[in-house]
Design a protein around this ligand. Structure first.
Ligand SMILES: [Zn+2]
Length: 353
């Protein structure tokens, strides 16, 4: 084979390798792929290295030139590889920066602010009114002794008025309290013979009622008690009329109707002029123009005595109202079950401002 053929063949192979390498470099999509191309074309076992080793088999006068040719291609490829490596690294960095970037132009996720339950709001309003009159807030247990729930309140065992409460008993002597009135006795026993006593006692009470639009086996009462020397029924009327006007509006009229509770004597129900028809008569007040809002009366001498006070020395009055009933009247709510259902559409109506 003539020498020039071998030389030309060598140059053709070199040129073919060069073009293939440049193509592969251009086609590398990322740094890892490019590194594979580098090893393939410039590594120790690469065709270019093998080609360089064959230079020694070529005619001696051709060797320097052909060796230079191989080295020139090798240098060209190295430069091309380095340029491409930098370009890919830049692109990869830019891509990562973009992927990991925090887009500060996105609107923040707003946390929805909670609202107080309508019963809580009404209770706070009631408390504010009585605290402004010098009352303080007292509490008692929901699991109560028969003694405090009934006996000390002039409701001995077998008393027919116990049936109105139709209670949830835990044992013969322990029950879920049916009203907040036991807090009257507990407070007076703790304070006697100190006067004045002025408390309101809010809390849950339990009765064996089925749940319907106006009844619930668990509801809230707010109890009130004032005991002092010389307290009269006029004090009761003045205090509760003040409360009704502050709670439902200055234009409200109040009236007291005789009633019966074992632990007060005399006893009364207090009505306010209807909030919905202003006394003209409507469906809510059943045409009477009045709505009953609470029960009250002068503290029965038996209860004072049982609680450590001398009925000859002090007197007092007490009252109790259903918190749900007050809230329903104030906000025009017609179903007590709404207070228990956690319906956000209902509850959000009571958000302030
Ligand atoms: Zn009415």
């Amino acid at each position: 084979m003539p020498q020039w053929m071998e030389t030309q063949e060598f140059l053709d192979i070199l040129q073919g390798l060069r073009q293939q390498a440049r193509q592969d470099i251009a086609g590398a999509m990322d740094s890892a792929a490019l590194e594979a191309v580098r090893v393939r074309y410039l590594g120790k076992k690469s065709p270019l290295s093998q080609l360089l080793r064959t230079v020694g088999t070529l005619p001696p006068d051709q060797r320097p030139r052909l060796g230079q040719e191989v080295n020139a291609v090798r240098q060209e490829l190295e430069e091309e590889l380095n340029r491409t490596a930098r370009r890919l690294a830049d692109a990869e960095l830019a891509h990562r920066l973009q992927a990991e970037a925090v887009d500060v132009t996105l609107p923040g996720r707003r946390r929805r602010r909670g609202t107080r339950h309508p019963l809580t709001r009404v209770l706070e309003e009631i408390q504010d009114i009585f605290v402004s009159l010098g009352y303080w807030v007292a509490e008692g247990p929901e699991v109560e002794l028969d003694y405090y729930n009934f006996e000390a309140l002039n409701l001995p065992k077998g008393h027919p008025a116990r049936e109105m409460h139709d209670s949830l008993y835990i044992t013969e002597e322990i029950l879920l309290r049916t009203h907040t009135s036991p807090v009257q006795v507990r407070t007076m026993k703790a304070m006697a013979p100190e006067v004045p006593v002025r408390i309101i006692a809010p809390g849950r009470v339990y009765r064996r009622d089925a749940l319907d639009a106006t009844h619930s086996p668990v509801f809230h009462q707010v109890e009130g008690l004032e005991v002092d020397r010389g307290t009269t029924f006029a004090d009761l009327k003045g205090t509760l009329a003040f409360f009704a006007k502050r709670m439902f509006g200055q234009e409200r009229q109040v009236r007291f109707r005789p009633s019966y509770f074992p632990f007060t004597e005399p006893s009364a129900e207090m009505d306010v002029s209807c909030l919905f028809c202003n006394g003209a008569g409507c469906r809510v007040c059943k045409g009477s123009g009045w709505i009953e809002i609470l029960g009250c009366g002068s503290v029965h001498p038996f209860v004072l005595q049982e609680s450590g006070y001398d009925p000859e020395e002090v007197s007092g009055f007490a009252f109790g109202m259903g918190l749900e009933r007050i809230a329903m009247l104030k906000y025009g709510i017609d179903d007590i079950r709404l207070f228990l259902q956690d319906d956000l559409n209902f509850l959000r109506q009571f958000a302030r401002g």
